[in-house]
Design a protein around this ligand. Sequence first.
Ligand SMILES: Nc1ncnc2c1ncn2[C@@H]1O[C@H](COP(=O)(O)OP(=O)(O)OP(=O)(O)O)[C@@H](O)[C@H]1O
Length: 418
Amino acid sequence: MEFWICLQGVMTNIIVGSEVWVEDPSVAWIDGEVLKINGEEVEIHTTDGKTVIASLSKIYSKDVEAPAGGVDDMTKLSYLHEPGVLHNLSTRYQLNEIYTYTGNILIAVNPFKRLPKLYDAKMMERYKGAALGELDPHVFAIADAAFRAMVNEGKSNSILVSGESGAGKTETTKMLMRYLAYLGGHKGTEGRTVEQQILESNPVLEAFGNAKTVRNDNSSRFGKFVEIQFDKQTRISGAAIRTYLLERSRVCQISDPERNYHCFYLLCAAPPEEIKKYKLGDPRSFRYLNQSKCYELDGVNDSHDYLATRRAMGVVGMNEKEQDAIFRVLASVLHLGNIDFSKGKEVDSSVLKDDKSKFHLRTAAELLMCDLQELEDALLKRVMVTPEEVIKRSLDPVGASVSRDGLAKTLYSRLFDW
Ligand SMILES: Nc1ncnc2c1ncn2[C@@H]1O[C@H](COP(=O)(O)OP(=O)(O)OP(=O)(O)O)[C@@H](O)[C@H]1O
């Protein structure tokens, strides 16, 4: 999570012998002792054995009385400056204390390892009804406080989760949703509960909106607003997830070692009868996937995830027919990507390059259940509508490729928004 703190000029007395923090190129801030002060220039002996010179205005007092394990709320720090805050977070992180408060804001540091005990049923039980600050800082405490405030004030409440890519927003949001589902859970009439549907929406969204980037193997390439509705008895009555600004360019263009959206690789790892139905195969044979050498992710089994995504789609209420339609659109995007163009007989015109391109165009038209000729025209020609007439102009191979990619991006983003 990201946080903003307004640092005011902290007036401290730095004298010879003071313990201070000074900027360091490798560890950001290092502590040391002031050896000499010469006007604005300060000589410091750092704890890694070096002697450095720094400007008086760029060094900060170290709190020598701070507890060895850090403090659970930044407001308890004697000095609220950057090195003080970072040192506190780092001290707690070494002890697997990944959460710290700053008043009623929670700062989460990504542990990059599973901490199952931190999120188990016992932990949820502990936080239920506890006042904020009574127990160790935790994402459940924030969810609980928001839930209680909603119940007590009878008003909607929001939790904002923010941070840079890979910081842990998606995981944190899932924990918040799990905890709220736990608080407002009840048995549904059709065998699947609303909270189950809310939680199962995550794997579906992630399959279609997440991709591997250099910073995060499961990076969400869109923004989302999750709304969970509760009835008067504080039971979950419904949910809505709104998504924003999907990264469209990824559908057609990826750079090594990133990946396209997970769903494409899942579909290429589907059971053989589905592969046959969608005329797919090795992801290495598709232009939209083979621009990067990365096809597999550590610890991820695409075949297994394909079936899990199908199951989750069923739980959230998509029937077989709808699921088939979704995967047909996905497969058609991959086939569209494999269509190549070469120069046509007329100036600035193009034709399908070879039989391979014709096969992919035909397959895309079949999967999209649209007219083959119309799809070909859509790729090879541009339609301009003027007040007087409709003009059809042919496109050169570069123009046709742009129109092919544009169609693929639009198909994918419309599918995602649906
Ligand atoms: N609380 C946590 N416990 C265990 N692992 C975590 C936790 N938070 C994050 N991670 C790990 O860090 C990875 C990246 O986290 P996450 O996908 O939530 O980041 P993000 O902020 O949503 O990034 P992006 O903006 O790229 O989507 C996760 O896939 C997971 O491996």
